[in-house]
Design a protein around this ligand. Structure first.
Ligand SMILES: *[C@@H]1O[C@H](CO)[C@@H](O)[C@H](O)[C@H]1NC(C)=O
Ligand SMILES: *[C@@H]1O[C@H](CO)[C@@H](O)[C@H](O)[C@H]1NC(C)=O
Length: 247
């Protein structure tokens, strides 16, 4: 898979992938897909924000397991840490807890002293900030991944991908989990598999808007590619020519 941030924002520092090979708390070295730290506001080692952030990470891992989503804040004023964790909708609760715990540890390693960070794994994502960001579509954080291989008929294929993604969007935004997976036959015994998901702090209407925006980026991301993902802070989509989720 190739990886590229879809846009660069001056207040966001992109992390070198070499940094991402760290291992924390003896958790197996599952590599994050991507992480972004904001360096515009920092905390120091003996500052209350650091303590609040540690407590927040613990709380998110505990709260996320029953429904695959957690939202929370710890502390007051400028030391308040706000966070959100989301597991992929088909992930079991024990795997969700493990993923969120790993994400919390890794993002603190990768964004030392930064008051704002976000990290994505295959099975979960985690975002924290000193600024409360709940309930708003995140248009700032976004990256693409795609399969290097091309399909033979890009125009036909891209049309089917868009069609499947739109169908899943219609399903997801009215569902309680804001999540949908599905498949579509695209020719002689070939199936296209798709997944779409929003963070559950969004309303159904904003989930729909968020998914429309990322689906709209498919031509820039994944034109004619056998697999692709557009991943953001509030929603993400993925398609492949093989099953990659638990139905
Ligand atoms: C925060 O720390 C980073 C280094 O980790 C530094 O580059 C940046 O300038 C700092 N930001 C502020 C506002 O001090
Ligand atoms: C896929 O298509 C692109 C654009 O036409 C081309 O640059 C690339 O080399 C192709 N990839 C493979 C693996 O053939």
């Amino acid at each position: 898979m190739h990886l590229l941030p879809s846009s660069s924002s001056s207040r966001l520092r992109l992390l070198s992938l070499a940094l991402l090979l760290h291992v924390s708390f003896g958790v197996a070295a599952v590599d994050p897909l991507y992480a972004v730290c904001s360096t515009s506001r920092n905390y120091t080692a003996n500052d209350a924000f650091g303590d609040n952030l540690r407590q927040l990470m613990f709380m998110l891992a505990t709260k996320a397991s029953p429904i695959g989503f957690a939202l929370g804040s710890v502390g007051q004023g400028g030391a308040r840490a706000n966070g959100l964790a989301l597991c992929r909708g088909d992930i079991k609760s024990t795997a969700c807890t493990t993923c969120v715990r790993t994400a919390g540890a890794r993002v603190r390693d990768l964004c030392p002293n930064n008051k704002d960070g976000i990290i994505w794994f295959d099975e979960c994502m985690l975002r924290y900030s000193d600024v409360e960001f709940f309930g708003e579509i995140d248009f700032d954080h976004r990256f693409y991944m795609w399969n290097r291989e091309n399909v033979s008929d890009a125009v036909m294929f891209d049309g089917k991908v868009e069609n499947l993604m739109n169908r899943l969007k219609q399903k997801a935004y009215i569902s309680p989990l804001l999540f949908a997976t599905g498949e579509m036959e695209i020719g002689e015994s070939q199936e296209l598999y798709g997944l779409v998901q929003c963070t559950k702090d969004l309303s159904g209407g904003d989930c729909k808007k968020c998914l429309e925006a990322v689906i709209g980026e498919l031509p820039s991301c994944c034109d004619g590619k056998r697999g692709g993902r557009v991943v953001g802070g509030s929603c993400n989509i993925r398609y492949e020519l093989y099953p990659f989720f638990d139905a």
